[in-house]
Design a protein around this ligand. Structure first.
Ligand code: NAD
Ligand code: UDP
Length: 312
């Protein structure tokens, strides 16, 4: 049994990770300030003898014992991370220093949930880990992008200077059950809108692309990375690239919705193309996603329907 700290454990990815770790026999300490996390994501875990919840903001120092740290604390939706941009930067910088300090003190291995946003609006396609990116350092997304870039740098420097065991994964758009229907991300927006019979809001012409990974695949990649020998960075994502217009059509079909599709203004600095090169993940971790978009979306739609039904 390993004692594992999961920051951001009440969020979308964090709660699925807590589930998998508890199921695997580990002891999980979930730390969350509930900015975007939700109690309902972990309600089924709170009575479990190997699960502890600590309400804490990682921008303040934290002292507890753990053997592994998964640092997932940070809002991930553009709407959420731009809501309080300075807080977002503090979470990825001051919060990262605090978690690295904790890991150093406990001699724990620490995994940082980095992001495809470190590549910005990429000019190289698909994105390999050695691409340095194309980030606007002053734009509306910079609080997230630059914060995550500093976090990677902090990890690498703690590794070089203090010999800390670090793991850096760059996560590409991931979706699935327990996404907050109101978090503003594209899959959650489209499914919520389709089920409510509201128009699906495509930003811009819908020709921009993303590559969507199903949550169970991603969690498998995170655990392989933590338990493996590679420092990273390693891309984790599903290389099946689709346009946002195609994603809207697929969700409309899967929900049987008659919602119309409307086009609204494209947000500033919205990346035009995004697709991971996962050669490293495949060769170094033996990892690749196994859930195709149709299957993953169908499961997500069912979960959204069930959650909406429970609220009636
Ligand atoms: P999420 O918003 O659902 O979860 C983030 C969690 O962190 C929430 O529970 C939130 O309350 C918590 N949190 C935020 N700031 C905190 C702070 N200062 N102290 C303590 N807790 C704090 O987002 P998610 O999709 O689950 O993303 C989890 C991590 O993965 C994030 O670090 C995100 O940047 C990264 N990531 C996610 C994706 C994706 O597509 N889901 C893609 C790239 C990277
Ligand atoms: N998007 C959209 N409609 C929405 C929400 C998002 O067309 O209701 C677009 C957004 O402009 C971007 C893509 O979908 O091009 C993915 O957006 P999301 O916020 O999910 O994540 P991003 O990958 O941009 O961080």
């Amino acid at each position: 049994m390993t004692v594992i700290l999961v920051t951001g454990g009440a969020g979308f990815l964090g709660s699925h990770l807590c589930d998998r770790l508890v199921e695997g026999g580990d002891e999980v300490i979930c730390v969350d300030n509930f900015f975007t996390g939700r109690e309902e994501n972990i309600a089924h875990l709170v009575e479990h003898p190997r699960f502890d919840l600590v309400r804490h903001d990682i921008v303040s120092p934290l002292f507890l014992e753990a053997e592994q740290v998964y640092n997932l604390a940070c809002p991930a939706s553009p709407v959420a991370y731009q809501f309080n941009s300075i807080k977002t930067i503090k979470t990825s910088t001051v919060g990262m220093v605090n978690m690295l300090g904790l890991a150093k003190k406990c001699q724990a291995r620490i995994l940082q949930a980095s992001t495809s946003e470190v590549y910005g609006d990429p000019q190289v396609h698909p994105q390999t880990e050695d691409y340095w990116g194309h980030v606007n350092p002053l734009g509306p997304r910079s609080c997230y992008d630059e914060g995550k870039r500093v976090a990677e740098s902090l990890c690498m420097n703690y590794h070089t200077v203090h010999g800390l065991e670090i793991r850096i994964v760059r996560i590409f758009n991931t979706y699935g059950p327990r996404m907050d229907p109101h978090d503003g991300r594209v899959i959650s927006n489209f499914i919520r809108q389709a089920l409510a019979g509201e128009p699906l809001t495509i930003y811009g012409d819908g020709q921009q692309t993303r590559s969507f990974c199903y949550v169970a695949d991603l969690i498998d990649g995170l655990i392989r990375m933590m338990d493996g020998q590679e420092t990273g960075p390693i891309n984790l994502g599903n290389p099946a690239e689709v346009t946002i217009g195609e994603a809207a059509e697929t969700i409309r079909r899967l929900t049987g919705s008659e919602s119309e599709i409307v086009h609204v203004e494209l947000p500033e600095d919205d990346p035009k193309r995004r697709c991971p090169d996962i050669t490293r993940a495949t060769s170094q971790l033996g990892w690749q996603p196994t859930t195709d978009l149709e299957t993953g979306l169908a499961r997500t739609v069912e979960a959204f329907r069930a959650a909406a039904g429970g609220q009636e």
